[in-house]
Design a binder for this molecule. Sequence first.
Ligand code: NAD
Length: 259
Amino acid sequence: MEKQNLDTLADRVADLIVKAKRVVVFTGAGVSTESGVPDFRSPGGIWERFNPDDFTYQKFIKNQKTRQLWWQLFQERGATEIRPNPAHYAIAELDRLGKLDSVITQNIDNLHQKAGVPDEKVFELHGSINWTVCLKCGQRYTLEQVKARLDKGEEIPACEACGGILKPSVVFFGELLPEGVFDKASHRSRSADLFIVIGSSLVVYPAADIPAHALSSGAKLVIINLSPTPMDYQATVLVRAKAGEAMSEVIERVRSKIS
Ligand code: NAD
């Protein structure tokens, strides 16, 4: 996006933030691509290398080969050295400036918390890569514990306590969302007066219903995304730019407008 155009749009977003009482940020995989985590649908995204049909809960349970593929993806995605980027830091700064109600994220990468947003303000619709659970006895393992085993060459780690199937605490296709999180996220979005979507194609349901809840309760909508979404026509401000770039511009203006 042309710098001048981005300046103008960032200024409008900053004005909306300054005036708003309850800002809810909704993020998807696109907020993390600048941290080196590929999204699903962009060129070079995960679905160019893996078949989404292989990643259902039912196949994971039944099929060793699917579990092996999952753990391969997990090992790539769970890299503990992945760091937040300027978009995550800008969102965390909104919180420090007293302007953030909550973050509703489809991401499982824990980068909002790493950037400094308090845990209780982050609603992870699709779970988190931070924990792995035994489906038989419920024993929980940290990301670091599982990573260490994969790094040593285990292809399909099993529960050390009972030998049961281990599954990352992330939502697979065909699986329900973690209990209560959708309702809480929906409640937060209905209470928002400004709802900012960052880096989501808004096509994965039921998560993609959440922005509509905010709109129907009267919130203004901002969308910051590189490609078109089905809700673009409803946005008060639409920013077709990289999340890190756009949010850096936005937060700089918010800072100067409220100081
Ligand atoms: P998606 O892949 O469907 O869409 C990502 C969107 O972000 C695209 O529209 C793309 O144009 C845009 N985008 C990519 N890079 C961007 C950037 N730098 N700045 C602004 N926009 C950018 O992702 P989604 O909407 O989150 O939904 C798909 C599912 O992907 C979710 O369920 C999520 O759990 C999962 N996912 C999560 C991660 C993660 O945790 N980081 C990564 C990949 C997929």
